[in-house]
Each structure stands twice: as C-alpha cells, then as structure tokens.
Design a protein around this ligand. Structure first.
Ligand SMILES: [Zn+2]
Length: 854
C-alpha cells in the first residue's frame, strides 16, 4: 500500500513538471534562462550558442529561420539566422529575388511589398569574443513576440544575422580563456587570463585575417559566406569588432580616407546611422568616438567590400578583445566587464536595425539608384579593361576569370579583331592594342561596376595617406596578367571562342613529355607528379626543338628513370596534365636543335623535397599561416610544421628544406642554433627566409646579405640640411607625429622588380615581376651571391611611399640566393604569399622550394 502511494506521488510529480514545461514553452526563454547563466558571466562555446539559435528557430518558426551555409576548415558549422515578420518569412525567396531585380542582377518584375535588408556579422575576429554573446540578446529581442519595438521594425525590414563568422578562431580563444581564468574572472591586467598565448584567437585555422579577405576570397569561410551574401546583397552591412581594452566604443561615420567611389549618399547615410547610435549611447552616458582610425579605402574589409557593393558598410568597435576577459581593470581605474561590452554591441545592433527600418524607403530607392547608375552611367575614366590571352599567362588569366565569377563580376570576350588604345599596366604607357578573340573584356557598364573600378583601376586615388592598410592592389598586377585599361567601350561577345584544339599527343610511348613553366597550375602539376613517384627534370637553359623555343624552366619528363612505373607512367602524366590544364608536348628524341640535350648536366632532376616549416612563439602567425595554407590548400604538398619551443632539438638532416616565415627571431635563433642551421645548410640543406626573417639573418656571420641603410643616412643628411636653414627645425609639431612617422614607410605599394630570368628563382617569369612591397627594409647588392630580384631607380608603380622610404627602395636587393657549402640560402625580403592573394608571386615561392639549388 505504501509502495503504491509512493508510486502515485512520483507519477504526480512527473505530471506536474510536464505541465510546467508546457507553460514555459509558451514563454520564450531568454538567453539566461536557456543557458543557465546571465550573459556576460562566462563565455559561451559555439555549441551552446548554436543550441540557443536552434531553440529559437523551433520555438518561433514564424519569426526566425536558421540555415547552415558552410563549414570551417576545422569542420565547425557556419550558420545564418533570418529574422522577419511572419508574412515576410514565408516569402523569403521572393524577397531575395526582388532585391536582385532592384540591383539589375535578375530579370523580371518585383512582386509585392519589398522590405529593407540588414545583415549583421559577429565575431569575424575570433578573440573579439563579445560579439557572439551579444548576438544572443539581439536575437532574443528580435524574436520575442512581447517586444513591441522589434515587431514594428520587422514590418518593413528583414535582418540576417551571422552569429559567428570565425568559429575556429573564437573557439581557440574561448577554450583557452575558460581554462586559464580565475573563477568569475580576475580584473588585474596582470592575471594570466588577460595574456592570450601564441597564436591568438583573432584569425581562422590557417591564421588568415578574415576581415582582410572579403575581396580576395582565399579562405573557405569567406568563399562560402560571399556566395550567400552575393545572393542577397543587403542594403546595410555591419561588422562587429573589438579594439584595445582602453578605448571606449567606435561607430560610423568612418574616418578618412574614403575611396572616391563611395557615393555622396553613402557618406551621408553613414552620418544618419551614427545619429541613431548616438542617441542610444548618449541616453546611457556611454563614451564613444566617430570619424577616427577606421577608414574606408582598402577594399577587403567587412565595411568597404559591402560599400563597393551598394550597401552602407560599417565597422563597430568595442574596447576589449582578447585582452579583456570577463573583467578588466583599465588605466582610469574603472573595470570593464563583459556585461558592459555586450550591452554596447546590443545597442549598436538595435540602433542599426531601427535606422534601417525608419529609413527603409530611402534605403531601397538609393540602392536601386546605385545599381542603375553603375549599369548605365559608371564612374571612372576607364570604361573597359582588356586582359590579353597569351601562352605564358594562360594559367594566371584562368585564375583571374574564376575569381571574377566568385565576385559576381560579368565579363566577355573581344568581339572584333580591330585595335583600340589603352593604358598598358606593364609599362605605364598608353598604346595601341590589337584585339584577339581569346582576350577577356570587362565592361564598366554592369551592375558591379564600382567593384570593378576599385579592383582594376591602375592607381587608386588616396585623399589622405593616414590609412590602416595597403594602398594598392590592382588585379592585373596581383595576377601577373597583361592588361589594358581603355577609355571607351570595347565590343564584347558573351560566349567564349572555341579554344584552339590542344595538339593531340600522337606518340604512344614518347621519349619524353615537355611542359611549360608559367604559373601555379604548372607547379601543382609538377609537385603532384613528384608525389606519384614520377621523376621530373627541368631545363636550366632555353632550348629549341622542332622549330619551337622552350624557355628555361621547361619541365622534361623522360621515360628513362620512370621505367619502373610501366604503363602507369604515361597515364599518370597525361591525367595530371589534363587535371591542371597543362599543355603537354610529346617527343621521340632527347636531341635539341639548339640548347642542351636532355642528357645534359644542365637538365636537372627535381628531387621531391622533405619540407619543414617553423611555427610558434616569435614567428608571425600570419606569415606562418600563409605558407602553411600554400602547401596544404593550394598545392596539396606535405609539409612538416615544427615549433620554436623545441626547434633546437630537431635533427635537421631529416629535412631538405626549412622555411622561416616572417617573425622576430632574436630569441628563437641564438648563436648556437644559427651555427647548427649553417652546418645543416653546408651539408646540403636549403634555408628559405621571408621578410623580417631575412632582416634578422642579414649581417650575421656566414650570411652574405647586408642591410641597406640609406634611410638612416638620408634622414640624417636631410635633418642637418634643414637645421642649417632653420634653427627651430627641432621644434616639431606634436600633432603631426602620426603623419611624420609615415614619412619613412611604404604602405603596401606596387613596384616593378627587375629579375635575372636566367636564375632558377625567376624561372617562369620574364624580365620583371610586380611585387606588393610593404616594408622599406631592403638590402645591398650581394658581392658573393645571386641578386635575382632588385629595385632599380624609378620602379615604383602605384601606392603610397613616404619621402624617407623612397631612397631605401632604390638600387636595392629584395630577392636573392647564396651558396653555403653544398647548400643554399634563399632570401625573400618581399613575401610573395602575402594574404594568399598575390597570384603572380606563387610560382616564385614554388621555385624557391622546388627548383633553386636542385
Ligand atoms: Zn576586429
């Protein structure tokens, strides 16, 4: 009896709790109710954040729809939440299509009432970790049916939210912080939890800064996001960040310089949104600043790229980032808490949505006007860009047209064979061009003409040199293609002319296969052959055969040496050539009409190298990541990552090549380790140093390289001269200090580098190469070494160079090699892999790894 009673009581309790659950379901849970802690009391992991987002989608299917749009390199989901009124949520697809019609990117007429579209991106920098906490409150406020204000906004506005743009980076930070922090957080700036370890959570898996990748699209996160973004093209895009913990809050209007392509209305609306933010911040007595630091010029940010695509693009910056943790005591004695940081980003999010909703009609009209002007009356002095199709640059041109497709930029082919006059990017002269049917033509008369102008114009007008990033990037230089900017229209056909039929290989078992060496695809072809155990050779000298000239660097894949592969030899070579678009020539002889026969000592066997790459404390995570990404994601070749923490113990004889990315090496390479490194090179190793690693080695015993100190000498001389003229010369203006510092800098500017094309480091290039120079650290010509890439006088092409840096960038070495014993040292003071987007530099780096010293 007692047992039965107990059982009855238990059942009754279960029923009660089920009832409570039902009641709770009707009431939407806040983030705190759902997570079990108040927002700001601890950092939430991605899985908990997604749990809440998905919970909202289940509870309020008439308000919010959630969609996975991709995966990160570490296989974490990338997710978008669409929040709209019941009615609009049901016709999302129609709204999306309507919007593309407004932008002239889709045919047909607009159906029904069109809302404004706002896109909010959170946590693109992983350790700016407040954003993905704040978005939970924003989502709750938008979805909560009892919130009258958001109900009103959603009448005429839809909001697309990306709660975590960079999950790999954010998890790196949050997992570390949750392990390292005191219970509830310790505000002392000296507590371990405020000192994030190498490499930091800001970048993604390969340590790329995703807020520098909107225009270049080198990372999977950006590629998948851009696809959805381009299918929507919102009227407003806001990107949520954090800056140093001592700074308060930044919102638009942005700082100068603005790119000249930003329309007056876009400038004005930056002010309008700033006005809405101001009201929220003033009401709460919160500190903020505007019009400083964050400019709108470099096209690859989350504010500029959307701006060049017709949106109002904005950056919001909260003070905090990887330094601030849960609580941080600032210099002024106040404690900054995560709770404060959340409140500010929530306010800015809501101010943005409110502004868009109250100005929805204006936004829609101006968006439509932006695109119709772009299509019918594009800006800029050039109206067409012609990309010449040449045998040597076919691979680079293909990479560039693939890129145009990614960006939604339309292009065609030259329709007439006539001539036009155009500005030649290679020599800076305006001259006559003979058009050929394979030439690619990009017309400015298209919806995305602003983006075309920004990416293609030979020189970008900089209204102020105080900017945050590189100052030139014109794609013909970045891709190393022959291009012309033309003032008029060039007749264009939409269909590609039939490619000239590839010469069939009519020799079944040739003596050798030949392939040209011109671009990244050729490098992929060669390195894949190596991995399939096919022996590959390379001609060190140009040669002639059957009336055709082959440049130095031509691949020669002989049957001899590959007999052990049997029939697989021919199949492997042909299949890989097809896969990488490599044109093969088959020959029945090793005898050439001029140059060296295939058995000559100057036809080198390319041994597949075992490559090691240094990472860790002291090495720049970005510089390391660029090389890591190159091997793993671009050419798919094995690389062993070492770490500075145990580097001195590594038996280097295990490797053929060691790469030192840019970094600060003083603590990594002490005298003893340097000696060990040189012993290894003397024994046949190849050391490749990049950027500041080159700087570190220069002047050290055994290294031939010496710094060029023109800058210091020049500065001293100039100073003395000024002093002689003006006794008050030393009374400099304090306010001008930032500008003066710029005097000795070069800010990502394009230079023509003169090459010794007979050296293996320059194989596949002509007499020159366009480099993106970001440092005035240059070197003297080596007496005992090869000066492969040099800057002579007047080699500057585009971008900002300070007066003080000009001399330093003349008559200087930037690419060189030296022999040491049986080994080789390669100095790449210019990093050809910078941000993974300088397509024209990739073969140079491939030469350093796979060709030099073989
Ligand atoms: Zn940031």
């Amino acid at each position: 009896m007692i047992n039965t009673l107990k059982r009855f009581a238990a059942l009754w309790l279960v029923l009660l709790s089920m009832q409570a659950a039902v009641a709770q379901q009707q009431q939407l849970q806040s983030p705190a109710q759902f997570l079990g802690y108040e927002l700001g009391k601890q950092f939430s992991t991605q899985s908990r954040i997604l749990d809440y987002v998905n919970y909202l989608a289940v509870q309020a299917p008439n308000r919010i729809k959630v969609e996975e749009y991709g995966r990160t390199y570490e296989n974490r989901p990338l997710v978008l939440a669409y929040v709209a009124s019941d009615e609009n949520l049901q016709r999302l697809e129609q709204i999306r299509e309507n919007n593309l019609r407004q932008a002239s990117l889709l045919g047909g007429s607009i159906q029904g009432e069109q809302p404004a579209i706002v896109w909010l991106s959170y946590n693109v920098h992983g350790n700016e970790s407040v954003s993905s906490e704040a978005v939970l409150q924003v989502l709750y406020d938008l979805v909560n049916p009892e919130n009258a204000q958001s109900r009103e906004w959603l009448q005429n506005t839809i909001v697309i939210l990306d709660p975590m743009v960079n999950p790999d980076g954010r998890e790196r930070y949050v997992q570390w912080y949750n392990q390292a922090s005191n219970r509830g957080g310790n505000a002392s700036p000296y507590a371990w939890e405020h000192w994030e370890p190498w490499p930091g959570g800001r970048p993604n898996h390969y340590y790329f800064d995703l807020n520098r990748d909107w225009a270049w699209q080198t990372q999977v996160e950006s590629q998948q996001r851009l696809k959805v973004y381009n299918s929507w093209l919102p009227q407003v895009h806001a990107d949520f960040h954090e800056m140093g913990a001592e700074s308060p809050y930044y919102f638009s209007p942005a700082a100068k310089p603005f790119h000249e392509s930003i329309t007056p209305w876009q400038r004005q609306f930056q002010n309008t949104i700033g006005e809405y933010n101001r009201q929220y911040f003033d009401k709460n007595n919160w500190l903020y600043f505007t019009r400083e630091s964050f400019d709108l010029f470099y096209p690859s940010y989350g504010d500029t790229w959307p701006t060049y695509n017709g949106a109002i693009g904005m950056t919001y910056e909260q003070g905090g980032s990887g330094r601030a943790g849960l609580a941080y005591k600032k210099a002024d004695g106040d404690t900054l808490t995560l709770t404060d940081r959340i409140a500010h980003h929530v306010a800015a999010s809501e101010a943005t949505i409110k502004a868009a909703s109250e100005k929805a009609n204006e936004l829609k009209q101006e968006f439509q006007k932006y695109y119709s002007t772009s299509l019918k009356n594009p800006g800029g002095e050039y109206k067409s860009f012609v990309l010449k199709s040449t045998a040597n640059t076919a691979g680079n041109l293909k990479a560039l047209t693939d890129y145009l497709q990614q960006q939604g930029i339309q292009y065609g082919y030259a329709a007439n064979k006539g001539s036009v006059r155009g500005y030649n990017y290679l020599n800076g002269k305006t001259e006559s061009i003979k058009l050929a049917p394979q030439d690619v033509v990009i017309s400015m008369y298209q919806p995305k003409s602003v983006l075309v102008k920004v990416l293609f114009e030979p020189k970008s007008a900089l209204e102020d040199s105080l900017t945050y990033d590189i100052t030139s990037w014109a794609l013909p230089y970045a891709y190393g293609v022959q291009a012309y900017a033309v003032k008029g229209r060039v007749g264009m056909s939409q269909t590609a002319p039939a490619a000239p039929a590839a010469a069939a290989i009519n020799i079944e078992k040739p003596y050798a296969y030949l392939a040209r060496w011109n671009g990244l695809e050729d490098l992929k072809f060669a390195t894949q052959l190596m991995q399939q155990q096919v022996k590959v050779r390379m001609a060190e000298l140009p040669f002639e055969m059957d009336g055709t000239t082959y440049e130095a660097g031509t691949l020669i894949i002989t049957r001899t040496g590959n007999e052990r592969l049997g029939d697989k030899f021919d199949a492997t070579v042909r299949e890989l050539a097809q896969q990488y678009g490599v044109q093969l020539t088959a020959t029945n002889t090793g005898f050439v009409s001029s140059g060296a026969d295939f058995g000559s000592g100057s036809v080198r066997y390319l041994k597949a190298p075992k490559v090691a790459l240094l990472s860790g404390e002291g090495v720049s995570p970005y510089g390391f990541g660029e090389v890591w990404h190159f091997f793993e994601q671009q050419i798919n070749y094995p690389v062993t990552v070492l770490n500075t923490s145990y580097f001195s113990q590594v038996p280097l004889q295990e490797f053929d090549v060691l790469i030192l990315p840019t970094g600060s090496y003083a603590k990594v390479l002490d005298d003893k380790t340097l000696e060990k490194l040189q012993d290894w090179v003397r024994g046949g190793g190849k050391l490749i140093a990049l950027e500041s690693a080159v700087n570190y080695l220069a002047g050290k015993k055994g290294f031939e390289l010496k710094k060029k100190d023109a800058e210091e000498e020049e500065k001293e001389a100039a100073k003395k001269e000024r002093k002689d003229k003006d006794p008050y010369e030393n009374l400099r203006s304090y306010a001008a200090r930032e500008r003066e510092a710029l005097e000795s800098e070069v800010q990502g500017s394009i230079f023509r580098v003169d090459l010794d094309k007979t050296h293996p480091l320059a194989f596949g290039y002509g007499d020159s190469y366009f480099a993106l120079i970001r440092s005035a650290d240059t070197f003297q010509f080596m007496e005992d070494g090869w000066n492969v890439g040099v800057l002579k006088k007047n080699n500057h092409v585009a971008g900002y160079v300070g007066q003080g840096a000009k001399k330093q960038l003349q008559d200087a070495l930037i690419l060189g090699t030296q022999r040491l014993g049986r080994g080789e040292i390669v100095y790449l003071a210019d990093n050809p892999l910078f941000r993974g987007f300088w397509q024209g530099g990739k073969l140079m780096f491939g030469n350093a790894v796979f060709v030099v010293g073989q």
